[in-house]
Design a protein around this ligand. Structure first.
Ligand code: NAP
Ligand code: MG
Length: 399
């Protein structure tokens, strides 16, 4: 059989721990036998990030701007324990944070719905897609530990020499902590546009929520920009499509989401999206059944799994024990990227291949062969709990 041809390479960002193991298995067994895979490879594994002083992350983001489509493996975001484990020079920032800051854009996360894996929330009948703003707020913050009494202020110094603006954050009379965060009107507007466009393209209602009653300037700005963009650019198109835009407070949104039937887009600020997408993916079945794509306003796409590096399974793997790690979201990251590459380069065979791989993956689960996370919750009778290797081999056999 001759392999399916590619023209433009994908940006391939390798990662850490168990997902790095999955990455290689997926390439070797599910993609490379069928596709003449072309990638520009960047090793975002923590060792290489540390060796290059995180330059490799920036290079990978720049390559994405050049080539347009990237696929990324989960990566470790270092904390104090990782500093020791990897003997790091610095506590490098989250690679996802760095990449999102460079590409801007919105992250869309949708559950992969499979027969036999039923949502925990009984009212949910359709997927709920989270549109996560991927720029700024606490992910691009500036923090201080306050050692003792003193004043913390916000100071704005206009570049044109205009008058300085100051606001007191807190007069500290004891040790504490302080944080400065920001966002940009242009980024919020492109977040709103990406969300409205996605709602139109999937013909679903869209909700947006913030805490404008408490954050009267910051969160209120998000609410206002969404309303302005909607009124000026989308109102008529939404009416025509018969879909709705709905704004409410974040806590009210959470309550309504639980009572809903699903089948809508939930646009979330950066932090809300981070937290709520983990809750939603788990409630829809498993963290490992959530697709994720960063869509930048400049037309770049970065595909990844929503879950992390599955550290606990990796240590078992290193100890020579069998694992049952779910590769579905990582497979769908690859198929998402290959589909987009195929569409952009007009390669229908590549798009067709990606769809077949998705179907083979879903069919494998629906036939009763699945990893432990799904076997534990499925409503299918007598599921076979496959090891990581067995599950991938079962998909390969279908391919
Ligand atoms: P995690 O890797 O998402 O795993 C948390 C738990 O969820 C696992 O221990 C496992 O539960 C379950 N799980 C997640 N993915 C699974 C899969 N594919 N198959 C089966 N079970 C799965 O989160 P974490 O352990 O908190 O974080 C580990 C590392 O990942 C951290 O260093 C963090 O910085 C990084 N991280 C990276 C990204 C990213 O690159 N996008 C996102 C989040 C976290 P059981 O152990 O109960 O089986
Ligand atoms: Mg999260």
């Amino acid at each position: 059989m001759s392999k399916i041809r590619m023209t433009t390479p994908l940006v391939e960002m390798d990662g850490d721990e168990m997902t790095r193991i999955l990455w290689q298995m997926i390439k070797d067994q599910l993609i490379c036998p069928f596709v003449d895979l072309k990638t520009e490879y960047f090793d975002l594994g923590l060792k290489e990030r540390d060796r290059t002083r995180d330059q490799v992350t920036v290079d990978a983001a720049e390559a994405t701007k050049r080539l347009g489509v990237a696929v990324k493996c989960a990566t470790i975001t270092p904390n104090a324990a990782r500093m020791e484990e990897y003997d790091l020079h610095e506590m490098w920032k989250s690679p996802n944070g760095t990449i999102r800051a460079l590409l801007d854009g919105t992250v869309f996360r949708a559950p992969i719905v499979v027969a036999g894996i039923d949502p925990y929330v009984r009212t949910w009948k359709k997927p709920i897609t989270i549109a996560r703003h991927a720029y700024g707020d606490v992910y691009k913050n500036c923090e201080l530990q306050i050692p003792g009494p003193g004043k913390v202020e916000l100071v704005y110094t206009p570049a044109d020499g205009g008058e300085e603006v100051r606001a007191t954050v807190q007069e500290f009379d004891q040790p504490g902590i302080a944080q400065g965060i920001h966002n940009l009107d242009a980024s919020i507007a492109s977040f709103a546009r990406a969300s409205f466009e996605y709602a139109l393209s999937t013909n679903q209602d869209i909700w947006f929520a913030a805490k404008d009653t408490i954050s009267k300037t910051y969160d209120h700005r998000f609410k206002d920009i969404f309303a302005e963009v909607f009124e000026a650019e989308y109102k008529a198109r939404f009416e025509e499509a018969g879909i709705e835009y709905f704004y409410t407070l974040i806590d009210d949104a959470v309550a309504r989401v639980i009572r809903s039937e699903g089948g809508f887009i939930w646009a979330c600020k950066n932090y809300d999206g981070d937290v709520m997408s983990d809750m939603l993916s788990t409630a829809f079945g498993s963290l490992a059944m959530m697709t994720s794509v960063l869509v930048s306003p400049h037309g770049y796409f970065e595909y990844e799994a929503a879950h992390g590096t599955v550290q606990r399974h990796y240590y078992k793997y290193l100890a020579g024990e069998t694992t049952s790690t779910n590769p579905v979201a990582t497979i769908f990251a690859w198929t998402g990227a290959l589909t987009k590459r195929g569409e952009l380069d007009d390669l229908p065979e590549l798009v067709e291949f990606a769809h077949r791989l998705e179907k083979a993956t879903i069919d494998t689960i629906e036939s009763g062969v699945m990893t432990g996370d799904l076997a534990a919750i499925t409503s299918l009778p007598n599921p076979k709990r496959a090891t990581t290797e067995e599950f991938i081999a079962a998909i390969a056999a279908r391919m």
